[in-house]
Write a protein that binds this ligand. Structure first.
Ligand SMILES: [Zn+2]
Ligand SMILES: [Zn+2]
Length: 203
């Protein structure tokens, strides 16, 4: 698929087209090209790790066919418009990000357009990859085998009893615990909140 049809696909999912979605499509296309791969379409060879969610993510999905549902898309939320593309067969990985002065370049690219948003819309579609993006070879800190894990592996948490898939359990004193019970929870229950007394923590 070419850029225009991918942008249409992305905008359909997203209900509008915006600069970050265009960057998502461009970065997705560049990542795939750097690895010499095709969009996934039924295969799970390409794994994409995003550094933010939002509009950018929909552009990435349009270009790569990587999705959370297929376990080919993960978000490491650094709040950054960037993504790493991993060939799970060869283990090669490239991180693609916009050049640091991308907004200035967009304005220079479209001097007749005084509205930054529209200058970006236009520039992100027309600027060549080498003016728009940086592509860097990277090595994953957590191996592909660990990230993907194996199907059918599960264990019950020794504390809450809930089932844990994909080897995400933590071993504490020889017991298998889910991350929440091991103290790495992103939520608290009302009982825990009253113990910690939320208002004091804010002061
Ligand atoms: Zn948007
Ligand atoms: Zn648990």
């Amino acid at each position: 698929m070419n850029l225009q049809s991918l942008l249409e696909k992305s905008a359909q999912q997203h209900s509008h087209l915006c600069p970050r979605q265009i960057l998502g499509v461009r970065i997705g296309m560049a990542g795939i090209a750097a690895l010499g791969l095709e969009p996934n379409q039924g295969s799970k060879r390409l794994l994409t790790i995003l550094e933010t969610d939002g509009c950018f993510a929909d552009g990435i999905t349009a270009a790569t066919d990587c999705t959370v549902g297929h376990r080919t898309l993960r978000v490491e939320d650094y709040g950054k418009v960037a993504a790493t593309f991993v060939d799970t067969k060869t283990r090669r990985a490239v991180r693609v990000a916009p050049v640091l002065d991308i907004r200035q370049r967009a304005n220079q690219c479209c001097p007749e357009e005084s509205r930054h948003y529209f200058a970006q819309m236009q520039a992100y579609q027309t600027m060549p990859d080498e003016r728009l993006l940086t592509v860097t070879t990277v090595y994953l800190v957590t191996g592909v085998e660990q990230i993907i894990s194996r199907p059918g592996v599960r264990v019950d948490c020794a504390s809450c009893g809930e089932e844990i898939m994909n080897e995400r359990e933590v071993v504490v004193d020889g017991r298998y615990l889910c991350r929440a019970c091991a103290g790495h929870s992103y939520y608290q229950t009302p009982v825990e909140m009253s113990v910690f007394s939320l208002p004091n923590r804010l002061s």
